[in-house]
Design a protein around this ligand. Structure first.
Ligand SMILES: [Zn+2]
Length: 298
């Protein structure tokens, strides 16, 4: 989502603009330049590695880092991702590399190779690769189920579920709600659900918007017609630059599974914001695993 940017604090805006300015860099997954407000812990978390591993990779003797400092980001620790035997097919496209596919599916290259019994990094256009599903055994949804049990969901009304990124690394439901109200949205927070990244709300924490509890139309799309029938789920972060965290993806899939399978009880269309005609956006960012989610929800 892009409409919120100018409403944030000057610092956040500057950081967001900085992020956008370097969004085209493809090396974002192997090196990282420290920005104002960063801590080693946050950087480690955002890249799916431990603080100790990050410290070690950069020969740091303490957690002190400075703005502008370049950090090497080590490969993700495979052991931290829970992977099931469930597999989703992915068709290799022109320009794909194992690294890119792994990144956009939220897994490591070694996990991807293991899932496909590959002994080298050579892949071919048209080849079918299987991407292991990301799961979390932790129930991140209990409060959402509880809140929803108290309302009458307008089941016939909702036809689509649209995923967004917030395009900035900061923020939570309260902050975005205030920003959206300042933008003239009387119903506040434009999304029905917001999934935190561990900075201003919990990592993988699902915040429920009043548009869900009151079953109101969304404010997350340019098209009014689409807003009437589309549930909006937003993940906090700029996924042009970083990946969603594993817990954010776990929360997202739990929420989607439940919405599609239990709540709406019909085939609800799924899409990334940029896939809708006329929306003119890169949302939810190139690092959001849209292909994997389509394999799961189409
Ligand atoms: Zn969006």
């Amino acid at each position: 989502m892009h409409i919120t940017r100018r409403d944030f604090t000057k610092q956040a805006s500057l950081i967001a603009l900085g992020s956008l300015a370097c969004a085209h860099l493809t090396k974002a997954n192997t090196s990282y330049t420290v920005r104002k407000g960063d801590t080693l812990g946050h950087i480690a978390q955002r890249h799916g590695v431990s603080t100790a591993k990050l410290r070690h990779a950069n020969s740091l003797s303490s957690d002190l880092i400075g703005v502008g400092q370049k950090l090497k980001i080590p490969a993700q620790d495979g052991a931290t991702t829970a992977v099931t035997s469930a597999r989703n097919p992915y068709l290799v496209q022109a320009g794909d590399t194992l690294g890119r596919i792994a990144l956009t599916h939220g897994i490591s290259v070694s996990q991807l190779k293991r899932a496909n019994n590959l002994s080298s990094d050579v892949i071919h256009i048209g080849q079918t690769l299987y991407t292991p599903a990301i799961v979390s055994t932790e129930d991140l949804l209990s409060h959402v189920r509880a809140a929803t049990s108290k309302i009458a969901v307008r089941r016939q009304h909702w036809q689509r579920i649209i995923v967004h990124h917030s395009a900035i690394k900061y923020g939570n439901a309260k902050k975005y709600d205030a920003a959206h109200r300042r933008r003239g949205m009387q119903n506040g927070l434009a999304y029905h659900f917001l999934i935190g990244n561990g900075i201003d709300s919990g990592d993988g924490e699902i915040e429920i918007g009043t548009r869900w509890t009151k079953q109101l139309l969304g404010g997350h799309l340019k098209s009014y017609q689409l807003n009437l029938s589309a549930i909006g789920i937003c993940l906090v972060g700029n996924f042009e630059q970083t990946q969603p965290s594993k817990k954010q993806l776990a929360a997202f899939t739990q929420l989607m599974d439940w919405l599609q399978g239990d709540v709406l009880k019909k085939n609800t269309k799924f899409a990334g914001h940029r896939e809708l005609k006329g929306e003119q956006t890169i949302c939810p960012g190139k690092h959001f695993p849209l292909a994997a989610m389509h394999a799961r929800y189409d």
